[in-house]
Design a protein around this ligand. Structure first.
Ligand code: AMP
Length: 220
């Protein structure tokens, strides 16, 4: 299965991608997670990306495409993958198409998770995550334990640097200007479907699973 989860920051792409990844045993490829790891490990890429990310701007396309190319070559990608937070620009989408053709891999299914902007801001300011394993928490809907130790791995639960109101507003603007137009790109390919991300996590997951089942019936 080759799936793109599309949607603004904070709509729940990461949460849904993790669930699909577990169910279908294919990796979640989150460019945001990969970049945060690069920043943490102070790699060359991390040094270039850190400042850009803290402003809520996009890291240059060539760096992202290089990182993705390397990731697709890893063993766990053999049976498919879920893209989360990539592609974010037309140049990235075109680069991805070229790479998929080169690797002789099929077209993506593209699922958009849609949530109104005003809900996104309140979700993101209350979002927390485990600094070790990436498990998501939310102060309102899924509060972390009082000692701020992850229930899965015991790692420290933190707030992302870019989850503050000013950067969130910029991230949403960047999304509207540079990423939302990709909707037309995938709609015109005929494999773009939208789910309502305001529902509960397990309901959104069920909607996605039903759509994926429906799609596999069509191609079998
Ligand atoms: P995310 O975790 O997906 O919200 O991404 C966090 C930040 O990483 C974004 O605000 C961007 O600065 C950067 N980033 C993640 N994915 C991409 C991408 N595909 N293209 C450019 N920048 C990205």
């Amino acid at each position: 299965m080759y799936l793109i989860l599309f949607g603004a920051p904070g709509v729940g792409k990461g949460t849904q991608a993790k669930l699909i990844s577990k169910k279908h045993k294919i990796p979640q490829i989150s460019t945001g997670d990969m970049l945060r790891a690069a920043v943490k490990n102070k790699t060359e890429l991390g040094k270039k990306a850190g400042e850009i990310m803290s402003r809520g701007e996009l890291v240059p396309d060539d760096l992202i495409l290089e990182m993705i190319k390397e990731r697709f070559g890893m063993d766990d990608c053999k049976n498919g993958f879920i893209l989360d937070g990539f592609p974010r620009t037309l140049a990235q989408a075109e680069g991805l198409d070229k790479l998929m053709q080169h690797l002789k891999l099929p077209e993506f299914n593209c699922i958009e998770i849609s949530v109104p902007d005003q809900d996104i801001i309140s979700r993101l300011v209350s979002r927390r995550l485990c600094s070790n394993c990436g498990t998501d928490y939310n102060l309102i809907t899924n509060p972390p334990p009082e000692d701020l130790k992850c229930i899965i791995c015991g790692g420290e639960i933190i707030q992302r640097k870019d989850d503050n109101e000013e950067t969130i507003t910029n991230r949403l603007k960047v999304y509207t200007d540079q990423t939302a137009p990709l909707k037309n790109y995938y709609q015109s390919k005929g494999n773009f479907i939208t789910v309502d991300g305001r529902k509960k996590i397990d309901e959104v997951q069920e909607d996605i699973n039903n759509l994926l089942k429906e799609h596999s019936k069509q191609i079998n």
